[in-house]
Design a protein around this ligand. Sequence first.
Ligand code: HGY
Ligand code: MN
Ligand code: MN
Length: 428
Amino acid sequence: MSDSEPIVPAGNIAIDGERLWDTIMETAQIGATPKGGICRLTLTDLDRQVRDWFRAKCESAGCAVTVDDMGNIFARRPGRDPSLPPIAIGSHLDTQPTGGKYDGIIGVLSGLEVLRTLNDQGYETNAPIEVIDWTNEEGSRFAPAMLSSGVFAGVFDNVFAYSREDRNGQKFGDELVRIGYKGDVPCGSHKLGAHFEIHIEQGPILEDEAKTIGVVTGVQGMRWYEVTVTGTEGHAGATPMRLRRNALLAASRMGVAIDAIGWAHAPDAVATVGLLENRPNSRNVVPGSVFFSVDLRHPSDATVAAMEAEMRAELERIAAEGNVELGIECVWDSPAVRFDADCIAAVRRAAEAAGYGHRDIVSGAGHDSAYIARVAPTTMVFVPCEKGLSHNEAEHAEKADVTAGANVLLRAVLETDQRLAERADLGA
Ligand code: HGY
Ligand code: MN
Ligand code: MN
């Protein structure tokens, strides 16, 4: 089928943008911060609160809701043929500590809005439709990111996931039990016919080009590291400069070197030290140990690997100069991903049918779709966010853009449902 043959089902079925927006504003109250953002870290009581909200809304929309043993929530709306694998609409409800109202959240709530719209219209799909809240997409509290979609896709196993500790030593598995969301369905035990995710771009391109829709073709490669720098604690007043083994000084120089590696491979590369702990963090003690995170990304896996090699060499050199010990552990390696051509074409056709300005785009941010693409035909729909800001309490998206994105999502899902049912009928 060429890109120009729309097989979008007849009728101009459309979502209720006001109702969708109301759900976004309602759930934004759960973990609301004074600056207008959300702090709703995964597996906290606030995460449990929003999960309970989501489950209740899906059940009242007539869905069967199941929770798997990684806490992923699946709200299934039945279709004409229960033997067809569900077409999924997934994203996440957990946020960064200084997160915004839209990152992940518009993905799950647009799915709920699609369910509600299909109900309003009495529209019966061929396959079931399944809206999914993937646990711990952000990776802020428990590294790595996309942990539970990663287990679903077979990238990680439950033992690894349950063992992940936050910076206070609490374990993922214990927290999942504590909030009551460790289900008994084995994670990854059911097939998905396709997976779609709507998300804010989290970058400036769509806004800069005045485009409403990003037709996401893939996700760049990314790696996370944990670095420990060990020197000697000493008295700030009595320890001569020449005798110091200052861990924070060495770590600071390492941070500058990592930033330089990002610039060396710019404009497509990014390099970030985001989390840093200095011990004992006392104003009159020469710092003895530092822990910091590194996030390296580039559309090419080979370039990410080159950046890693340069980083390791630089950090070893700086550690030797500062007479400190160095530990570097790669805790996450998510290779670049290309999404499914048919799903991408369905999103592009839906944007064209609706007359929305659109452009192809590769995601700079990681998403659950990056892992789900390994086990199901997958793609994403981006909508603009103001100044490209995200992972920031000032994150903002326009109601009209979110509504447009959710309509594109709906039409792409319905077209895919038709296409997969026809393929199944043909015994393909
Ligand atoms: O890190 C990411 O790109 C995503 O927001 N978890
Ligand atoms: Mn996200
Ligand atoms: Mn995020």
